[in-house]
Design a protein around this ligand. Structure first.
Ligand code: 7RM
Length: 650
């Protein structure tokens, strides 16, 4: 890139886009002054601010104290009693939302289903009683391994209704990954389907469940939804068809009056070790912040058709497909299948067909659509859109502008929302009627959120300088612990920077105080917005009989943000063949899931290590990226390895 070009890119990146006046005029929070006032008010007393937000929900019993903070453990709305399903469903039945569409679903094969709040309420009541009939009680763990069908939301809400703790496992995870999660959570019941549709073929979910449950002794029952009509084996006494089970029970199931801190769900996420962590979220605080952020970040209206494209297997699906929108009484769209099936304009077709007005997706999807060409969105009527959002990874300014111009047709503000599985809800984001957007920046922490960029000692770094992204005060939807491993919770998030929650991300702030996320600084990869641990992939690789040692790093990928690059040394006598490379790729896909399949596998005689035996990851990252190795390599044990690694470029 010439200097001139580089400078113009920089200048362009610095351009800011104020809210379109027509949008700002009617927005919930309108103009930068309004946000600043809200922000200042919340900073003076975060507890008062969140208390006000909580009063928009229906509590069976009011809380005594808004926050009890014994670092690193927070309790929000202490003494309060509340039920998430009651707030997402029953609360809307007395008003005009009673017969409003709660969920509009479209299957990959083209069928659509609409469930009104009243209808969804009934389905949830039925399934809650079905769970009870299997012996599920308050506090029991229920695993949900379903495709993107309305029943996924029904199963989650049914758990919430009776106080069972759900653990949704993404349908793309392998049987082995599912088994590990069942065991870690001690799941009593698994809810699954015969199969799900993906790119025109059936994903055989029930087979994976059978394999997983064979190694998960805590599971006493499996509920199977008939979705694809695929042949499955039904084990007598253990397996139950969803439709048979719900035919035998009443739809009336009272919502349990749960303590505000009652566990709502466990969601496994990758950390910097090989074992996934069960992030635990609880009831009151989680719902308060997901509801507040859904309403304000998406400037949600009664009349919106809101579509978040995330799978319910990820936290975005929990907070912004199911709980946030339903708590707000919104109409949420849910789509089962692949974004480009059967044609590259499937998403735009869905927006056109259902008149979607708020659309929330991942940068990796945006980049993929960008590549497919403007003719696909151009053919569709996207005039219903009024707001766009992104989540999951940093968005490159080029994709941001494409999104704004080609999808938003320059009318729609874009909200770039930063948050994590652990934070439960959006933390840093524009408010679309108030904050000027900058392509690539999530802009400002939301009111009531004390995010900062600090050095290793916890001191704020000057504007413009990179540092660690931390949160200094507790927030309502924060994770409460790691399921079954509070020591890891303390160690992972609260020990690196004294007295603060460490996010694992690096960031810097510009002169306006806007946050620019620089990406993970731990051993976590972000592939197409999905979190993967390098260690987890390494341990899968060394689980293969031919592998002696493995090191996994991320390398930049234009489409997916990052791609998995593996360096492998083989056991004596094993030949480094192309077939073995493919075998190792498949091995990882089987152990974890297709998303973890390495893009590159390189065989090497040895891995570059420091004298103390640490794998030199920075060096491997540079090799994987294809660039020359720069910087200090004086601690490298064997320089010849470096030369060999760089030569092997196939
Ligand atoms: C919601 C979600 C969390 C990690 C996080 C970041 C990255 C997420 C953004 C982002 C830049 C964003 N949960 N990340 N959102 N980076 N800009 N707007 O993605 O637990 O799966 O991942 O994702 O690194 O730490 S997650």
């Amino acid at each position: 890139m010439t200097d001139e070009k580089a400078i113009s890119v920089l200048l362009k990146e610095k351009r800011s886009y104020p809210p379109p006046p027509a949008f700002a005029k009617t927005a919930l929070v309108s103009g930068p002054g309004a946000r600043a006032r809200l922000q200042a008010e919340a900073a003076r007393s975060p507890e008062k601010f969140w208390g006000q937000a909580a009063r928009r929900l229906e509590w069976f019993k009011p809380w005594r104290k808004t926050l009890v903070w014994r670092a690193p453990h927070a309790k929000w709305f202490v003494g309060g009693r509340i039920n998430v399903a009651h707030n997402c469903l029953d609360r809307h039945l007395d008003g005009p939302a009673r017969h409003k569409a709660a969920l509009i679903w479209e299957g990959e094969t083209g069928e659509t289903r609409t469930l009104t709040y009243l209808q969804l309420h009934r389905e949830v009541g039925l399934f809650a009683n079905a769970l009870k009939s299997l012996g599920v009680a308050k506090g029991d763990r229920v695993a949900i391994y379903l495709p993107m069908v309305p029943e996924a939301a029904v199963a989650m809400l049914a758990c919430a209704r009776i106080g069972a703790v759900h653990s949704v496992v993404f349908g793309g995870f392998s049987a082995e990954a599912l088994r590990d999660r069942l065991n870690d959570a001690g799941a009593k019941v698994v809810v699954t389907a015969d199969g799900g549709w993906r790119k025109g073929t059936v994903v055989r979910l029930k087979d994976a469940v059978d394999e997983a449950v064979a190694g998960a002794p805590s599971v006493t029952a499996v509920v199977v939804l008939k979705r694809t009509g695929t042949d499955v084996t039904i084990r007598d006494g253990r397996d139950h068809w969803w439709h048979r089970l719900t035919a035998k029970v009443s739809p009336d199931c009272p919502a349990e009056k749960l303590d505000s801190e009652h566990p709502l769900f466990i969601l496994y996420t990758s950390g910097s070790t090989g074992r996934p962590k069960g992030v635990l979220h609880t009831t009151g605080g989680y719902l308060v912040q997901t509801a507040w952020t859904t309403r304000h970040v998406f400037d949600l209206r009664e009349t919106d058709v809101y579509w978040c494209t995330a799978d319910v297997g990820w936290v975005t699906g929990h907070s912004y497909v199911v709980y946030g929108p339903l708590a707000c009484g919104a109409t949420a769209l849910m789509y089962e299948g692949a974004p480009t099936h059967p044609r590259p304009d499937r998403f735009w077709e869905i927006i056109e067909r259902h008149r979607v007005s708020v659309f929330y997706t991942a940068p990796t999807a945006i980049r993929a659509f960008m590549r497919l060409g403007d003719e696909w969105p151009a053919k569709r009527d996207l005039s219903s859109l009024r707001l766009l959002g992104t989540v999951g990874e940093p968005i490159n300014p080029e994709a941001w502008r494409w999104y704004r111009e080609t999808i938003g047709r320059k009318r729609c503000p874009i909200v770039d929302t930063w948050w994590q599985t652990e934070t439960g809800a959006i933390m840093i984001s524009p408010l679309p009627g108030a904050t000027a957007a900058k392509p690539g920046s999530a802009t400002l922490p939301l009111p009531g959120i004390d995010a900062a960029v600090v050095d290793a000692a916890g001191r704020p770094v000057p504007l413009g300088q990179g540092g660690y992204l931390v949160v200094r005060r507790p927030w309502p939807s924060m994770l409460r612990t790691i399921w079954g491993d509070d020591a890891r919770f303390r160690q992972q998030y609260w020990s690196q920077i004294p007295g603060m929650y460490f996010t694992g991300d690096g960031a810097r702030r510009d002169k306006d105080g806007c946050f620019w996320i620089l990406g993970r600084i731990d051993d976590v990869l972000n592939v197409a917005g999905h979190r993967l641990s390098t260690m987890e992939i390494e341990s899968a690789l060394v689980g293969h009989a031919a592998v002696a040692e493995a090191a996994v790093v991320g390398r930049p990928d234009e489409l997916m943000g990052q791609a998995v690059a593996a360096f492998v040394t083989l056991k004596g006598g094993r030949a480094p063949t192309p077939e073995l490379k493919d075998e190792l790729r498949e091995h990882v896909a089987k152990a974890i899931g297709a998303i973890a399949r390495p893009a590159d596998v390189r065989f090497t005689d040895a891995l570059p290590k420091t004298r103390s035996g640490k794998i030199m990851r920075r060096l491997l990252r540079e090799i994987a990226a294809g660039g020359a190795v720069r910087g200090d390599v004086t601690t490298l044990e064997d320089f010849t390895i470096l030369a060999k690694l760089q030569k092997d470029e196939d």
